[in-house]
Write a protein that binds this ligand. Sequence first.
Ligand SMILES: *Cc1c(COP(=O)(O)O)cnc(C)c1O
Length: 231
Amino acid sequence: MNRKDELAANLASVRRRISTACSAAGRDTGEITLIAVTKTFPASDVRLLADLGVTDIGENRDQEAAPKAVATADLSLTRHFVGQLQTNKCGSVATYADVVQSVDRARLVDALDRAAVRADRTIRCLVQVSLDTARGRGGVPAADAAALAGRIAAAGRLEPAGVMGVAPLGGDPVPAFELLAKVAAEVRGEFPTATAISAGMSADLDAAIRCGATHVRIGTALLGGRQPIVG
Ligand SMILES: *Cc1c(COP(=O)(O)O)cnc(C)c1O
């Protein structure tokens, strides 16, 4: 099978999962945005996915995302940055990201806003909420999410667009996604434009949709297994 047929088959199967999960939850598939997480895969795959109708692309490392954004600049895609972000990378990320999903601290809000001003762009931001008691996966504690959304709202070139979370590895993701939905409602209560709930990856998109996800971030199920990143 050539790569385009392979991606087309994977995309059809992910779309079927989304539609089954939506029916089960009494939701409309139009409420769900599928983000293809293309990290570790080449720009040619981004192009094939765009040909197949994918509108949203996610990347998690600036070193990789920046050249791929240049290589696919002719495509009209919504580009999501989903990885942990260091303040010294904000200048680069602000030149191509439409959405930064991993905003998890005030210093990052300030750096991203300055970078957005320099790039003369407006960036939608999701507050990444920690759903994992194990440290190291990023995110603010649930109790601090609304305050961070407030800081985003106060920044000139950033807009609070919702929340993002990564369920803990192993075990039942539902309690984590339910916590995220609760935080999302709280944030949306204060900032009505913050409607996005980005939850669900290849392994748990079905549970995420049952728990109210509006955005699912899918890598492996669409593109196949990733080689480990070296360096
Ligand atoms: C890699 C990644 C994904 C996609 O994960 P899969 O399990 O391959 O679908 C989603 N979200 C984030 C933040 C990621 O880094």
